[in-house]
Design a protein around this ligand. Structure first.
Ligand code: KG4
Ligand code: ZN
Length: 340
């Protein structure tokens, strides 16, 4: 199956053409960071206006790079939620219009399902089921048990901030531009992770929930204190990153004892973090459970993951081009789209 994917749930205007749920023929992503940087975070109104400006050209570019026309496609896949309503609406309206005008099947998928299956893209060694997915992005942090493309359970989720949000807010206190996660990661490479003993949230009993608000507050207090003012930003960044990474690896480790998981998958923007990748790889060596981490272009928001997951879920996510609506709170549990 050849699908055109459209992803506009947040601030990336992304399109892609994917063959047979894994071969990426084109993957276009127009990053809007420079329009949001001066506000220190994503401004929803700006994001949706930029999507309006950019999306038509991004659709054309995805088809051009794949050397295909609309008539070659077997369908259109679009992110229906969760995300920013104004942003989602641009992608959904565009996908509906193309599907209707070209008489193509329309598939409406959950953005988070896309992230979970990103490690299958252009990958000869696919993760085996059942697997654990650690999904860590700017808006979400959760651990999911995945039994098939349409069968999963959330084992733990954040009680407050998402991991990416914690990175971005602390990076801002260190004077780094938005989004600060990658820049903080860069600083941390030359820092001492033991310089500051930031708190590690320990979930009670065998709970797998996450929480980053205590860490974020501790980081702010430290950065504003005389000791913090005197310390190198490299050391603060390395210590902060180590605290987040420790907690994430701890949850994966605990989750891994619950069933006979065949693999672990990292996904979402924070999966690009070098400290997290290193720590999870060494955990994988110790535990003997293989870990799959997508390359950067598939870790962050992209449309290839949307097209691929639509193909894998096609029997369940078929949508009507006349009635599909975006749902900013689209439920994670499958099949979520019957309510759309
Ligand atoms: O998945 P994504 O592109 O968008 C959302 O759906 O949220 O994730 C973006 C998040 C941002 O918070 C960004 O700072 C974070 O991922 N991020 C990183 C790194 N690269 C991206 N955080 C830490 N280290 C990185 N290298
Ligand atoms: Zn995302």
């Amino acid at each position: 199956m050849l699908l055109l994917g459209i992803e506009t749930s947040c601030d990336d205007t992304a399109t892609a053409v994917v063959a047979d749920a894994k071969r990426v023929l084109s993957n276009i992503s127009t990053n809007q960071d420079r329009f949001h940087a001066r506000y220190g975070g994503i401004v929803p109104e700006i994001a949706s206006r930029r999507h309006l400006d950019l999306l038509s050209a991004a659709v054309e570019q995805a088809l051009d790079e794949a050397k295909l026309g609309f008539s070659d496609l077997d369908g259109i896949a679009v992110t229906a939620g969760p995300g920013l309503i104004g942003s989602l609406l641009v992608g959904v309206a565009s996908a509906k219009a193309i599907a209707y005008a070209k008489s193509l099947p329309l598939y409406a998928v959950n953005h988070l399902h896309g992230h979970i299956f990103a490690p299958f893209l252009d990958n000869e060694h696919e993760p085996e089921y059942p697997f654990l997915a650690l999904l860590v992005s700017g808006g979400h942090s959760q651990i999911v048990e995945v039994r098939s493309p349409v069968d999963f359970t959330i084992l733990g989720r954040t009680r407050d901030d998402a991991a990416g949000e914690a990175f971005d807010k602390t990076a801002r206190l260190l004077g780094l531009p938005f989004p600060g996660g990658p820049a903080l990661d860069h600083l941390a490479r030359d820092g001492d992770p033991t310089a500051v003993a930031f708190p590690r949230n320990r979930a009670e009993g065998d709970a797998l929930d996450l929480s980053f608000s205590g860490l974020k507050t501790a980081a702010r207090r430290f950065i504003e204190s005389p000791a913090g003012q005197a310390m190198s930003h490299n050391d603060i960044a390395a210590s902060f990153q180590a605290a987040i990474v420790d907690v994430l690896v701890d949850r994966v480790n605990r989750a891994s004892t619950r069933a006979n998981y065949r693999s672990v998958v990292l996904s979402g923007g924070v999966a690009a973090n070098s400290g997290l990748q290193q720590a999870i790889r060494s955990w994988s060596e110790r535990s003997g459970i293989p870990v799959h981490i997508p390359p950067l272009r598939f870790c962050t928001d992209n449309a290839a993951m949307i097209a691929a997951v639509a193909d894998r879920q096609s029997a369940h996510v078929s949508a009507d081009p006349m009635t599909l609506t975006a749902n900013p709170q689209l439920p994670f549990t499958f099949p979520a789209l019957s309510q759309a």
